[in-house]
Write a protein that binds this ligand. Structure first.
Ligand code: PLP
Length: 478
């Protein structure tokens, strides 16, 4: 019998090669345990609302009114919605004359792209052109569009940080390119070391790889670091000299927990540096409504901004975006509100400011508690989460644990995380899912569980870790 086109062994090999650890073995086992009735604390995905974060009121009011425009004709609408939410809904409906049920331009609604450009100008101090901003269904779609445009064949290499968010490794496999890993320096607070990166590029070139682009994730996932201005400068110089496009994943730019380490966009540093770099380095920056204090992951709102890309390339990217017709329109409105939130004096300002402050301050406290909790555990060291939503402790696994993992046919960190899950219900992602140096083991957890649950989670983690270390180090701690 002839093989059929959709039989597994007939599939596109690139599809089969894709790996995606965030929803991998640990997640599947956690889902099984949950079905069996075990209480699971899902800390595997940065999905704040799934862990109880409440939506901000104002954006939901605006989108609710846009979804149900007949409410705007109701004489009682002013009793249910504040005047600025009503005005804003009317504003977006005027920008999208067909309403939320109509496709928009494939690049997104022009008026919202203008709001994004204004936001970028306020943030960086340099004008931004709405024509070079495309709205997307979350940042992921934008990243995939750009990687698809860059990768021509398996000899095209993309420099990706390790550890990395697996969107990059997965998409590079899918599009048939080559991932060129560069290691972040754990001892230097997960910073970039250009001596190593240069060596990595030279090695890749000697193997016939054309290194074409470099990805940075700032603030980092899973590593939580905010890159310093000096590091970003060096990075841009490196991209200029090595002729690399820079893909700057800046989706966690609002999630900053240490005042001395602010977020600085790659674009701002590029323009601060002036010509020739500011006119030469090709940069694409990504942002989303899924992170920050918004956490609206399910709404799928995102954008990317292209700097120094030639108009013909921008047109090609438009053409490819057009194949999917239109990014979802409610997600675009969320993006509009995110970049243009209520201002002092608006009816909703105080409430919006109080809600966002309370979420960010709680995240800041949770980042501290998580790091301190890990650092108080035996055989665990953890850099402080300066930004983003994750903690990425290094677990120093005893040799006997590594042997036991081998016998069980598991990677050592997977073995540890599975035992943690079975013992405590805490569902994490093993460091191998993000990449790590040979012989070094990590896990990633989010800082998103409810703040009041932290003491119990940390104490249950600590108890598990102690007994794990007792078992595999073969002695009890005094
Ligand atoms: C570094 C990074 N980039 C991109 C994304 C994708 O976000 P979105 O929901 O906007 O597609 C995530 C999601 O966790 C992320 O961590």
């Amino acid at each position: 019998m002839a093989r059929k086109p959709l039989d597994y062994d007939q599939l596109n090999e690139n599809v089969k090669k894709v790996q995606y650890a965030v929803r991998g073995e640990l997640y599947l086992r956690a889902s099984e345990l949950q079905k069996e009735g075990k209480k699971i604390i899902f800390t595997n995905v940065g999905n704040p609302h799934a862990l109880g974060q409440k939506p901000l009121t104002f954006p939901r009011q605006v989108v609710a009114l846009c979804q149900a425009p007949f409410l705007l004709d109701d004489p009682n609408v002013g009793l249910m919605f504040p005047a600025d939410a009503i005005a804003r809904a009317k504003h977006y409906l005027s920008l999208a004359p067909g309403g939320l049920g109509a496709y928009s331009d494939s690049r997104g609604i022009p008026g919202i792209r203008k709001e994004v450009a204004d936001f970028i100008q306020r943030r960086d101090g340099y004008p931004s052109d709405p024509e070079l901003i495309y709205l997307t269904d979350g940042a992921s779609k934008g990243v995939m569009q750009m990687l698809n445009a860059i990768i021509r064949n398996e000899r095209d290499g993309i420099l990706v940080p390790v550890p990395q968010y697996p969107l990059y490794s997965a998409a590079i496999s899918l599009f048939g390119g080559s991932l060129v890993p560069y290691y972040l320096e754990e001892e230097a607070n997960w910073g970039l070391d250009f001596v190593n990166i240069r060596q990595t590029v030279a090695e890749a070139r000697s193997k016939g790889i054309t290194v074409r682009a470099m990805v940075i994730i700032n603030p980092g996932n899973p590593t939580g670091q905010c890159l310093s201005e000096a590091n970003i400068k060096e990075l841009l110089q490196f991209c200029y000299h090595e002729n690399l496009a820079l893909l700057a994943d800046e989706v966690y730019q609002q999630n900053i927990y240490q005042d001395e380490r602010p977020f600085i966009s790659a674009r701002k540093v590029l323009f601060d540096m002036g010509p020739p770099l500011s006119r030469e380095v090709q940069l694409v920056s990504f942002h989303t409504v899924s992170k920050g204090f918004w956490g609206e992951c399910g709404q799928r709102g995102g954008y990317f901004e292209m700097t120094n890309l030639p108009p013909k390339t921008v047109d090609e990217i438009y053409k490819v975006a057009s194949i999917a017709l239109s990014p979802n329109v409610p997600g675009q409105i969320f993006m509009g509100v995110m970049v243009n939130p209520p201002k002092p004096g608006d009816n909703s300002y105080l409430k919006f400011a109080a809600e966002s402050k309370s979420i960010l301050e709680s995240m800041r406290r949770r980042a501290r508690m998580m790091t301190d909790g890990f650092n108080s555990c035996r055989n665990i060291v953890c850099n402080f989460t300066e930004g983003a939503m994750y903690s990425f402790p290094q677990i120093r696994l005893p040799p006997r644990a590594i042997e036991a993992a081998k016998r069980a046919g598991k990677a050592p960190d997977v073995f540890y995380c599975l035992k943690l899950l079975e013992a405590t219900g805490i569902s994490t992602v093993p460091g191998s899912g993000f990449g790590q140096k040979e012989g070094v083991f990590h896990l990633r957890t989010t800082i998103l569980p409810a703040e009041e649950d932290f003491p119990a989670i940390i104490s249950s983690f600590k108890k598990f870790n102690d007994s794990f270390m007792d078992q595999y180090e073969g002695y009890s701690r005094m």
